[in-house]
Design a protein around this ligand. Structure first.
Ligand SMILES: C[S@@+](CC[C@H](N)C(=O)[O-])C[C@H]1O[C@@H](n2cnc3c(N)ncnc32)[C@H](O)[C@@H]1O
Length: 286
């Protein structure tokens, strides 16, 4: 691969998905793109780039998709899901008692384990949420992961990663060698194709946003811009969840750290920080 091909791919990936590919990621590019080159029947990356340069939009999308990391699993990092179940949802049940509706956005949902983990938690709260309108919107830029998500089909390995056995028994059925999430839980999540570089306004406002393990691939300017736009898409008394390796500290004034809730952040658009003590006074926990 020539330096000019590498630069072309670096720029294309940043423009199309936000992915930053540093100069030392040549091996990553090759390991992800050589199988694609073989699949489309070209000799190597140079020829692949040549085809992309001549404007093959489908191939460009395949390259973007091949370069994204889709690693995910049920109840990833556990603690944020405990906060969601034990403090955020009880807090919102109080705050939305009149409206009786909740909107949750799982941005960068990969193969669906994250939004489905949230759906299973909410299913367990069905009695408290009877009569409520619950929306879980899960988005990703990759059509392939969205298709798998909609099927709700997971391998033995995937259901063994993070999914408590009682949830497997309660919500999944064995289909051949795979496990399929039951339709009642699947239907709680709407999957949509959406790029985080796009305008968020058409999605509306959300009480809770999960945007986990995707911003790590972006540069600081892109992260700051996304935080600003996430804040506008978040209700002023809503919540943002980030991945374990991600934070807002030093990157944005749009969010602040939620006291005693690792991985949870509060928008700076509304409730003053001084109100945090009251907001969490009743929910306890760490
Ligand atoms: C590592 S997975 C994280 C999945 C899940 N949020 C979790 O924490 O387990 C990252 C996902 O982000 C998606 N992604 C990457 N860039 C994106 C973008 N610009 N817009 C939307 N999704 C993107 C990828 O397709 C991938 O499925």
């Amino acid at each position: 691969m020539t330096p000019s091909d590498y630069e072309y791919l670096q720029k294309l990936l940043k423009d199309k998905s936000g992915l930053i590919l540093s100069a030392d990621k040549r091996y990553l590019l090759e390991s992800r793109l050589l199988p694609l080159a073989r699949k489309v029947g070209v000799a190597g990356i140079a020829e692949l780039v040549q085809r992309m340069r001549s404007g093959s939009e489908a191939l460009i999308n395949d390259v973007v998709e091949a370069m994204t990391t889709n690693e995910t699993f049920f109840f990833r990092d556990k603690t944020p899901f405990d906060h969601f179940k034990d403090s955020v949802i009880p807090e919102l049940i109080k705050a939305r008692a009149q409206r009786k509706s909740l909107r949750i956005w799982c941005a960068a949902s990969s193969t669906g384990q994250e939004p489905y983990s949230l759906a299973m938690i909410l299913k367990d709260k069905a009695a408290e949420l009877a009569g409520w309108r619950i929306e879980i919107i899960a988005t990703d830029l990759s059509p392939e992961v969205l298709e798998k998500s909609r099927s709700g089909l997971y391998t033995q390995f995937e259901v063994q990663r993070g999914l408590p056995i009682q949830f497997l028994v309660k919500h999944f059925k064995q289909v051949g060698t795979m496990w399929q999430l039951n339709a009642d839980v699947r239907s709680m999540v709407q999957f949509r194709s959406f790029n985080l570089l796009q305008d968020f306004a058409p999605l509306g406002k959300f009480d809770v946003i999960f945007c986990r393990n995707v911003l790590i691939y972006f540069d600081q300017a892109t992260k700051s811009d996304i935080f600003k736009r996430l804040m506008r898409a978040n209700e002023p008394d809503g919540y943002l969840f980030l991945g374990a390796a991600e934070t807002v500290v030093g990157l944005t004034d749009s969010y602040r750290v939620c006291p005693n809730r690792r991985g949870v952040y509060l928008p700076n658009s509304g409730t003053a920080a001084s109100g945090d003590a009251n907001r969490f006074a009743m929910s306890g926990g760490r």
